[in-house]
Design a protein. Structure first.
Length: 450
């Protein structure tokens, strides 16, 4: 593969999925700490109480990142580890953990990329209405100010939110994620407005306290459409589909969220779908939300195929019998990487970072002591070739963060799925780099000069 020499190669994790230390050193409860205690919510009753014990094994893990050779690491901060009740009294020990993590990364020449919110919302604030509360944007702004002031002398790259599509949809509609509260569309739309305002206020605080920073957000692109045959008709259909949505899929649509966060307004289709239920966004609020971003993230694992039946009608998601799937059952669709990136860049013109891409696999420790994951190698190679093609065709993509560095707590799936390029034995907490770790290390060596 032929990526430019300054391409950013990284990997990623999130706080609740790896840290553990759920009740240590003054950390408060998150909605996930509470949700995982509810019977039947998580596979085999798993929790993030210990996870990968990264809270105690941080230096060991960063040393592995150094061995991997990545030049960037995307991690998230646990809001209730900083503010146990979400706001008010600061937990200095929690803040010190992230400060120490940043210092350790810099020691290895690894640039930290901080995600402010990757779903572990403070439970005390959820009890006050969470994102439904009109005060929630200011809660988030205050938390952001603290992080920016504490880390901004060393951290220059920030993401405000990770996948607002998913934590709203699965947390407040499908209820398979925390906090598992079912809300009607009218309330979820109010939450979306507050999340957008919180994003805007966070950008303001980061710009204020870290003026030399770069800021974006990291939506998923789970509804990435790609043409099975690259004809003009199907290419156009895929582009239109990616930039639109309907009554059933609006909440997890990248089009809905990109219009809201990047342009500061509800998508034009929202008026037709929701009418008087749609909250107002004033011109002043639109300016607040739509402040210029330096980049946009894209989390991409799979996409939806677009083809034609024998009558010339569009078929969505039709794949051949026996088409390849990941361990989680997601279809392997590398062309989605090319078309999602291309369609996003042509629509918004923002530089992109692929903030998550990878696959779950049924990894085991083999008799020889290694973890061999040829399916993951093939998956990564195929998706990266399509990313390379999108860049060659004009898309401005700054870097790629492989998901995930470590096997981890995979939300409602518990520890049943393994996404990492490092195997974690959850009983012993032993780390075993997989074949994909060494493959990625060698790829980075080939593309970074010196």
């Amino acid at each position: 593969m032929n990526f430019k020499k300054d391409f950013i190669w990284g990997t990623a994790t999130s706080s609740y999925q790896i840290e553990g230390g759920a009740q240590e050193d003054g950390k408060g409860l998150s909605i996930w700490d509470v949700f995982t205690r509810e019977e039947g919510k998580i596979f085999e009753g798993h929790t993030g109480e210990l996870a990968c014990d990264h809270y105690h094994r941080m230096k060991e893990d960063v040393a592995l990142l150094g061995e991997l050779g990545v030049k960037a690491y995307r991690f998230s901060i646990s809001w209730p580890r900083i503010f146990p009740k979400g706001c008010g009294t600061l937990n200095e020990k929690g803040l010190k953990f992230y400060s120490d993590l940043v210092d350790e990364l810099l020691k290895y020449g690894i640039t930290p990329y901080v995600t402010l919110y990757h779903w572990d919302y403070p439970n005390d604030l959820e009890m006050q209405g969470g994102w439904l509360n009109p005060a929630s944007p200011e809660w988030f702004a205050s938390y952001t100010e603290t992080v920016a002031k504490a880390l901004g002398d060393r951290v220059k790259h920030f993401f405000t939110f990770n996948e607002p599509q998913i934590f709203t949809w699965l947390g407040y509609d499908k209820c398979i994620h925390a906090p598992g509260i079912k809300y009607p569309a009218e309330r979820i739309l109010i939450m979306c407005r507050h999340i957008a305002l919180a994003h805007g206020r966070a950008v303001q605080e980061i710009r204020k306290w870290v003026p030399d920073s770069e800021v974006g957000y990291a939506p998923t692109c789970g509804n990435a459409y790609w043409p099975v045959e690259e004809t003009a008709e199907l290419i156009d259909a895929a582009r239109i589909l990616q930039n639109s949505f309907g009554e059933q899929d609006w909440i997890y649509s990248s089009a809905f969220w990109n219009e809201l966060i990047i342009k500061g307004k509800f998508h034009e289709q929202c008026k037709e779908l929701f009418g008087p239920l749609l909250p107002d966004i004033t011109e002043e609020e639109q300016r607040l939300i739509s402040q210029p971003l330096d980049f946009c993230g894209m989390n991409l694992y799979q996409g939806t195929s677009v083809s034609l039946d024998s009558q010339g009608n569009l078929l969505l998601g039709r794949l051949p019998a026996g088409h390849g799937k990941t361990g989680m059952g997601w279809p392997i669709t590398p062309k989605a990487m090319y078309w999602a990136v291309r369609n996003f860049y042509e629509t918004y013109g923002l530089p992109l970072l692929i903030t998550e891409n990878g696959m779950s696999a049924l990894d085991v420790v083999s008799l020889d002591g290694g973890v061999h994951d040829p399916g993951r190698l093939d998956y990564l190679h195929r998706y990266l070739k399509e990313l390379e093609r999108a860049i060659a065709d004009g898309a401005d993509v700054k870097g790629y963060f492989l998901w995930s560095f470590l096997d981890n707590f995979e939300w409602e799936k518990g520890y049943d799925d393994r996404f990492g390029i490092v195997f974690v034995d959850y009983d012993s907490q032993k780390r075993i780099p997989k074949d994909s770790f060494y493959w990625y290390r060698d790829l980075i060596k080939e593309t970074i000069p010196g």
